[in-house]
Every structure is written in C-alpha cells, then in structure tokens.
Design a protein around this ligand. Structure first.
Ligand SMILES: NC(=O)c1ccc[n+]([C@@H]2O[C@H](COP(=O)([O-])OP(=O)(O)OC[C@H]3O[C@@H](n4cnc5c(N)ncnc54)[C@H](OP(=O)(O)O)[C@@H]3O)[C@@H](O)[C@H]2O)c1
Length: 259
C-alpha cells in the first residue's frame, strides 16, 4: 500500500481555473477556495469591474495570479474570447467551474416565454458553450476538471421554479453525457448540486414564508448553507482528490434531497 498522499491531493498550485459568475455568491466563495489551495484564476461575470475587484482581492490575499473580466456565458463570441484570454494570460486551463446562473421565479402563467428562454440561455446553454470552448485545450493537455453547478432543484421539484428546474435538470444530464464523452482524454465532468445558500440570488426570498417552509424548511439541517460549506466540495472536485469521479453529482444541500 503506497503512503497516503493525504492533503497533497487537494493541492492546486500550478493549476489554472476559470470560474464563471465569480464576482459574488457561490462563485466568489469557490474562487477564494481555489485560490487558497494555490490555483491561478480567471473570473468572469457580466460586470467587468466587479469581477476584476474580486480577482484583485484574492490575488492580494492568497498571493496567486487572478484576472477578472466581463464575459456573458450566453454569448458564444464572449465565451470564446474568455477562453482565449485564459490561454493568453496563463497558457492552459486545468479547471472550469460553470457557476454563472440566474433564477426567475413565478407561476407559469405569469412568466413570459422570454423569461423562460433567458434562464435556459444562461443556465444551460452557457454551460454547453463554456465546455465546448475549453475542451480543445483540455484534450490537447489530456487532462481537465469540469464542474457544472446544478442545484438541488435539478434533482427535485419545487413549485414556482419551472424555468430554473428545467435548466438545472438539463445540466445534470449534460454532465453525465460529457463525462462519458470526455473520459478518454482524462477530462472529468461532474455536477455540484448546492442546496440553499443565502447569496444575492436568494436575497429577495430570504424572509418569505415560502423560503422558511419550502427552502430552509425542506433541508434536514433547517438552515441556509454557510459560504465556507461550498468551498471544500469545490476544491475536492477541482483537484486530484476526485480523479475517479466523473459523470456524477456531489450534493451539498443540508439533507434536502434525503427526504
Ligand atoms: N444560492 C443558492 O442557494 C444556490 C443553490 C443551488 C444552485 N445555485 C447555483 O449556483 C450558482 C451561483 O449562484 P449564486 O447563488 O451565487 O448566484 P448570485 O449570487 O446571483 O451570483 C451569480 C453570479 O453569476 C453571474 N452571472 C449571471 N448571469 C451571467 C451571465 N449571463 N454571464 C456571466 N455571468 C453571469 C453574476 O454576475 P453578473 O450578474 O454581474 O453577470 C454573479 O457573479 C448558480 O448557477 C445557481 O443557480 C445556487
């Protein structure tokens, strides 16, 4: 039995990660996690100043190289430019975290088709576009870690979330298919399914009866996730520690889907 590599499996020094939606919420928390493990970062959002500010803070705090740029994941040309920037800045891409996402809630008859399409364009099409753009570089390197942020709501239903659930369910099956497709190049593709975290996405529902009953109330632990509770799972999926995991999903939901 070889000596256990222990904590070294989680080391990300020398690795380069793109994190979409890295300017706030879970994306910012996962960016800090990967920076703390030594990774260099390209962070994106639709707001260049916000992405650049987070990158600057993380570079200073962790002594890593980090760049923040604007790139809308639903726009193919912007996604291609994002990947080109990562290559020009860092020369390679080891990790892609497809985290950017939105949620538009409401009764189906009150939602517009444009709202439904907007959620699919960002949450589902954006994941597909980003994977398509990084794969040539990962195939050349015969190595890669792709992490698609789905949701508890890709696994179970919740009323008033029809656009969001549709998008996150699609991401889960896309993850399985791409896990199979890209395995010959040693590229792993996994989903991360968070339960409820109190990020900007959830601020508008934080104090509602619906959230108390159907969101927090649906978790076994009866609370929001803390931002640090997504960080270990993100490092795990980005690192050598998850090398025998692909086409799969890591659920970090306070026990929501245990019911
Ligand atoms: N919070 C939760 O409880 C929870 C639970 C399960 C899954 N998730 C998933 O986790 C991910 C992060 O969620 P969050 O709660 O951290 O949301 P958030 O606080 O609203 O942050 C979303 C991030 O995505 C960026 N973004 C949105 N649309 C984008 C686009 N078209 N192109 C590029 N960036 C875009 C946002 O920046 P800009 O708006 O400036 O572009 C921001 O950086 C999402 O995929 C979400 O569905 C969240």
């Amino acid at each position: 039995m070889p000596a256990l590599p222990g904590i070294k499996q989680f080391n990300l020094h020398g690795k380069v990660a793109i994190i979409t939606g890295g300017s706030k919420g879970l994306g910012e928390a996962m960016a800090a996690a990967l920076a703390s493990a030594g990774a260099s970062l390209l962070l994106t959002s639709r707001n260049a100043d916000e992405a650049a500010a987070v990158a600057k803070d993380l570079a200073k705090e962790y002594g890593i190289k980090a760049v923040g740029i604007a790139a809308d994941v639903s726009e193919p040309q912007e996604v291609d430019a994002m990947v080109a920037r990562a290559i020009s800045e860092f020369g390679k891409i080891d990790v892609l975290i497809n985290n950017a996402g939105i949620n538009i809630r409401g009764p189906i008859e009150e939602l517009t088709f444009e709202q439904f399409q907007q959620v699919q364009n960002i949450n589902t099409n954006g994941v597909w576009l980003c994977v398509r753009a990084v794969v040539p570089h990962m195939k050349q390197a015969k190595s890669g870690r792709i992490i698609n942020v789905s949701s508890t709501l890709g696994l179970v239903g919740l009323a008033l979330r029809s656009p969001y659930s549709a998008s996150k369910g699609a991401v889960l099956l896309m993850t399985k298919t791409l896990g199979l497709e890209l395995a010959p190049w040693n590229i792993t593709v996994n989903a991360l399914c968070p339960g409820p975290f109190l990020t900007p996405m959830n601020e508008s529902i934080a104090n509602t009866e619906d959230a108390k009953k159907n969101v927090i109330g649906a978790t076994a632990l009866s609370r929001w996730g803390r931002m640090e509770e997504i960080q270990g799972p993100a490092i795990f999926l980005a690192s050598d520690a998850s090398s025998y995991m692909t086409g799969s999903a890591l659920v970090v939901d306070g026990g929501w889907t245990a019911r």
